[in-house]
Every structure is written in C-alpha cells, then in structure tokens.
Design a binder for this molecule. Structure first.
Ligand SMILES: C[S@@+](CC[C@H](N)C(=O)[O-])C[C@H]1O[C@@H](n2cnc3c(N)ncnc32)[C@H](O)[C@@H]1O
Length: 456
C-alpha cells in the first residue's frame, strides 16, 4: 500500500516522535471485529455456539476481534443477523453515547447502519431510534441492515439534517453524528479512499461536518448528549470542527471521555484551540487494536426545548379489510397474535413506533417492523417478519444445521426437497430464523429475497 507523500508529511509533523510507531502499525496485520446482536442472542450464548475464535474488544461488551481466515461474513449466522461485522474502533462512539431503553435517539449520518444497530441493541426495543442518511441508496442499505438485525423501534429516513432541525427542534435525548470524513483511518480497509485523499477533501469534509453539527445541535433537547466521531486523523475535521462548534454554540460543553484502553486525549495545539479539547479522544492505530477514530462527547446545557404536539398514529393506519387479511394469515401460520400500531405504507404493512406520524413529513423509508405486503387479496409475509419472529412463534418450521449444505442451498435461493405440512414455513439455522419457504408437494419453494442471497 502506497500512502500519499503529503499525508505522510502531515502525520510526521503532527506526531513527532510517535510517527515511527504510527507508520509501523501499517505493516502489522489489520484487526477485524464483529458485534453480537443482543436483540437476537446473548453474548454468553453466542460465545457458546460461535465457530470463530474470538477475543473481546475492550471498549464494548458485545464486540470481539476475529481472525481474518474465519470469514464470518460467509457463515449462515451472519444471514440470521446474529452479528454485525464492524471495524473495532468504530464500535467506540456508540458505546460512549450509552443510549438506554426508552430514549429518543437520532443517528444523523447512519448508513450503512453499524452504529444504528449497536444503539438499537442497547435500546432493547424500547424508545425511538431515528436512523437518517442523506444518500438515498445508502439509506436503503441502512433499512436492510436494521431489518436483518430485527430492529422494531426504528424509523429510517432520507433527509437533510437542516430540514429535520427546522421541524423537530429539541426533540432528541441523544444524537450521534458519525460524519463523512476524509477517511484517513480507512486507508487499509478500503485502499480506494487513498486515491481520493487530499487537502481540498479535508476542507470540504470539515465544511460538511460543521453544517451537520449545527443541525444536530438544534435537534437535541437541553440536557441531551451529542457524540461526534470521524475515522480520520486530520485535526481540521476533528479538534478544529469541535473548536468552531463550541465558539458558535456556547450552550454546549465537552464531556470528559475517560482515557482508557489506549485512548488518548485530543490535541488543542493542532488547531490553536481551547484546553477543553483534551476531553475528546483519539484512537490511534499504534495505540489500540483498531484503525483509528476521533470522538467528542458534548452536552447541551440550555436551549429550546421540544414544543411539538404529542405524537399520535397518523392517517395511514390499517383499513379493516387489510387487517382481516393479516389476521387470517396469522391464524394459519403463526402461534401468536401480534399487537401494536399496524401501519400501511403503499401496500406494505408494518408495526410502527407510535411517533411515526411525525416522520411522514420527511422521506420515510421504513417504519418499525416490516411484516409483509398485500398482493391482490392476500397477505404475503416479508423478510422483516421472518427475522423478527422466534422459531417457537411459527406453526411450520424447518430448522437446518449451521454446518449443513442445505442451509447454503436455502441461502442461495434454491428449491429444497422437503416434505412438511403445506403452507408458509419459517426456515431457520440452529433455531434462528433466516427467511420464508412455502411447502407445496415434495418441495419447499424458496422465498429468500433475491437481493440478499448468498453469492460464492
Ligand atoms: C461515516 S458514514 C456513516 C457510517 C455509519 N454511522 C455506520 O456506523 O455504519 C457517513 C454517512 O454520512 C452520510 N452523510 C453525508 N453527509 C450527510 C448529511 N449532510 N446528512 C446526513 N447524512 C450525511 C453519508 O451518506 C454516509 O452514509
């Protein structure tokens, strides 16, 4: 890997004596991480059933290092949403934000969803998670990831932060801004980033980061907490952005992030900034087992509080005819009756968070738990329903072993020969749902989504 000369010069100037160790870290093997989805399985149980050899990531209880050869992205458990593959230092920002069940949480730059899934797991289905991204295609990936993770209390939107801030001032208890950056900490993970790097990119990114933070500041309630993170080393995008933010927003103060696990303090000298910037942290690749991050944690001490009408479920709730069709499907196929706010978007059915009505004014992609769609006069279950159910809640199931060939055939969307009772069948791996099949005669027709299927 050839790093840009200008980048090396800048880093040498910033790091002085530490530069040698920093550069040497690029010659070491990369660190790979996964985070257990505690919405589906406890960390303890995962440790018992995992085929991978794992070592804990110190800064988050659900995070683990794995060896490159393990390839957890090519295991059926990945398709069951039992874990998310995430660069280990990227697990730190959401861990520090410490979201709790019942809170209103906004992930403003959320795609593809690493930190959203981490926060959703911490919320354990209670409260509201708003996952937003400005890029439409990336927002769709975000929606898929949240579905795979069985997150039922999130709305996914594709909006400009400024518009959100105008409409929902003071609404959120916690906001995460994991901004687009020049990606200096991504050089090893994604060498394509190297070609795009340059001082003008750093400047452009810093401008974008400042704008997103301005909106985030308005969206947060007084007393609320904001975490800002990047995966770059450039001080202009880190201490520099926070210094300017604090100058423009005297209602905010920095909170001290403990300097543990090898995290070190931010550097005010690099931007002629205030001493307080030492409360931020830097994760350097030569000091922690990770590619590198910058994190600032801010508290809003005063400001405008939310003054919105109480959220209520909106007009797109379910007409009787559709409700009956769904109940009929449920009676024939499930062992439970699902309750909640049934919500129709086009012909797609959800159980949506109570607050969904507030988000209809934005580009809303997903609202809570996706159950399926109405086709002519019947209900067809969706992938979201499969992944959000438990095996015991479904009348007909086919449980395949994680090490079997059949499970791979299913994930490749092949028809399986299997003789079961006719009807919708939940296909599982070692008890964890993967998707739907439909039994007809000797065969199980495969309803695994084409776009999700296993490709060799
Ligand atoms: C570093 S990535 C986020 C990674 C994500 N937090 C995760 O953990 O998977 C930054 C994201 O910010 C989005 N973005 C860039 N500018 C934005 C803006 N003004 N408002 C909202 N999202 C933005 C990009 O499309 C990109 O998906």
């Amino acid at each position: 890997m050839r790093l840009p000369e200008k980048f090396l010069e800048r880093m040498e100037q910033l790091l002085g004596e530490e530069y040698k160790a920093f550069i040497a870290s690029y010659r070491e093997p990369r660190h790979y991480g996964l985070r257990v989805n505690t919405l589906k399985i406890s960390v303890e149980k995962f440790k018992r059933i995992t085929p991978f050899s794992l070592e804990p990531v110190p800064w988050t209880e659900d995070g683990f290092y794995f060896n490159e050869e393990a390839r957890p992205g090519k295991h059926p458990y990945y398709y069951a949403g039992l874990y998310y593959i995430q660069e280990p230092s990227a697990m730190a920002p959401a861990a520090l934000l410490k979201v709790k069940p019942g809170e209103r949480v906004l992930d403003l730059c959320a795609a593809p969803g690493g930190k959203s899934t981490q926060m959703a797991a911490a919320m354990a289905g209670e409260g509201l998670l708003v996952a937003n991204d400005i890029n439409f295609q990336r927002s769709r990936v975000l929606a898929k990831v949240l579905e795979l993770f069985a997150v039922k209390n999130a709305v996914v939107i594709n909006e400009q932060p400024e518009r959100l801030a105008q409409r929902l001032p003071g609404y959120f208890d916690k906001v995460l801004v994991d901004a687009t950056c020049s990606g200096e900490g991504m050089f090893r993970k994604d060498p394509a980033v190297i070609g795009k790097w340059g001082p003008s990119l750093i400047e452009r990114c810093a401008g974008g980061q400042r704008a997103v933070l301005r909106a985030a500041a308005r969206l947060l309630r007084p007393g609320g907490i904001l975490v800002y993170s990047t995966c770059t080393f450039a001080p202009e995008e880190n201490e520099g952005v926070i210094e300017k933010f604090l100058r423009e927003h005297p209602e905010f103060c920095l909170l001290e992030i403990p300097k543990e696990y090898g995290f070190v303090s931010g550097n005010p000298e690099w931007v002629n900034g205030r001493e307080e910037l030492r409360k931020c942290v830097r994760l350097w690749p030569h000091r922690v087992k990770g590619e590198g991050h910058f994190i600032a944690m801010l508290k809003k001490e005063s400001g405008e509080a939310e003054n919105l009408p109480p959220s209520k479920m909106p007009g797109r709730s379910l007409p009787n005819k559709y409700f009956e069709m769904f109940r009929e499907f449920e009676k024939d196929n499930l062992k439970v009756q699902l309750e909640g706010n049934f919500y129709l978007m086009g012909n797609h059915l959800y159980i949506a968070p109570q607050e969904t009505g507030l988000f209809e004014q934005f580009k809303l992609l997903r609202a809570g738990w996706y159950l399926g769609s109405f086709k002519k006069n019947r209900f067809e279950p969706g992938q979201g329903l499969a992944l959000g159910l438990k095996k015991e809640q479904v009348q007909r199931t086919l449980d395949l072993r994680g090490d079997s060939e059949e499970v791979i055939h299913y994930l490749k969307k092949e028809t399986l020969s299997f003789r079961g009772q006719p009807g919708w069948t939940l296909v599982c791996v070692d008890g964890f749902p993967l998707g739907w099949g439909k039994q007809t005669g000797k065969f199980l027709k495969n309803y695994y989504p084409t776009a999700w299927r296993w490709v060799d």
